[in-house]
Design a protein around this ligand. Structure first.
Ligand code: NAD
Length: 250
């Protein structure tokens, strides 16, 4: 399998969950590149599993100097960048009555500001004709309880795919967004007590038309398509990869 042979990719949050699933599928298809994250332990274990074609860079995607360092280092190591996946992000549970200014800033910085500046700081190092993939969430399309702010940030990320594509037409850089539904990742551990995680996953699976929640590989395979020339006629598009959850759930 070599749909991404010799393509160089930068995947933020590539040390866990969906990002790692994307990195694995990219590696299967012949890509090389960088996974970016903040947890040194999972960065080391993930890059060890990916093999010699990938390196790990410890960086905070909400810090602009860190982002510059990531792209400079990637370009020095690999000579070019063909694909950027702005995947790092995470939910903030709370309502308009409970999330305060600090919580607001933190959620928006991680889910929106980081995406904008990941793309902006990557652009000087990226090839014309490259592919940028953003990661949204189906929380942008339905008002799931207590995901108001996160959903709003992700709705803006979905808009970014269109806006960035328009901004980058002269460079023939395509920007598309994948919108996952509930996917089996360590993110559950941040919101659900350990002893309830399996029950919560089973509940989600039971309401899904497909009878299962998503796996990181489901998102990874879609990202391979968007990174490859197979999707050369797509820009500003959203691919909903949610097992039917958003519009067909029981
Ligand atoms: P995860 O917690 O497994 O992974 C998140 C990754 O982001 C981790 O690698 C973490 O190190 C990284 N990260 C977080 N903050 C960072 C920062 N400031 N700087 C650098 N890296 C940082 O979560 P996941 O479920 O794999 O989520 C990945 C993306 O998918 C997120 O954008 C999330 O919003 C989105 N998403 C997830 C689901 C789901 O059900 N899991 C559904 C829809 C969308």
């Amino acid at each position: 399998m070599s749909r991404l042979k010799n393509k160089v990719a930068v995947i933020t949050g590539g040390n866990s969950g969906i990002g790692f699933g994307i990195a694995q599928e990219f590696e299967n298809e012949g890509a090389k590149g960088v996974i970016v994250g903040r947890n040194q332990e999972t960065l080391a274990s993930s890059v060890a599993q990916l093999g010699d074609n990938f390196i790990a860079i410890n960086a905070d995607v909400t810090n602009l100097a860190d982002l510059e360092r990531v792209f400079k280092q990637t370009s020095e190591k690999f000579g070019k960048i063909d694909v950027i996946v702005a995947n790092a992000g995470g939910g903030a549970v709370g309502t308009v009555a409970t999330i305060d200014e600090a919580g607001y800033d933190k959620t928006m910085d991680l889910n929106l500001k980081s995406v904008y500046f990941t793309v902006q700081k990557g652009l000087p190092y990226m090839n014309d004709g490259g592919s940028i993939i953003l990661i949204g969430s189906n929380a942008a399309h339905r008002a799931y309880p207590s995901f108001t702010l996160y959903g709003a940030a992700k709705a803006a990320v979905i808009y970014f795919a269109k806006g960035f594509s328009s901004d980058l037409l002269d460079r023939k850089i395509r920007v598309n967004v994948i919108t996952p539904g509930t996917t089996d990742t360590p993110a559950f551990e941040k919101f659900v007590p350990a002893e309830q995680i399996e029950a919560v996953k089973q509940h989600y699976a039971s309401v899904m038309p497909t009878g299962r929640i998503g796996q990181p590989s489901d998102i990874g395979k879609t990202a391979v398509f968007l990174a490859s020339d197979d999707s050369s006629f797509m820009l500003g598009a959203e691919l909903l990869v949610d097992g039917g959850m958003t519009y067909l759930a029981k």
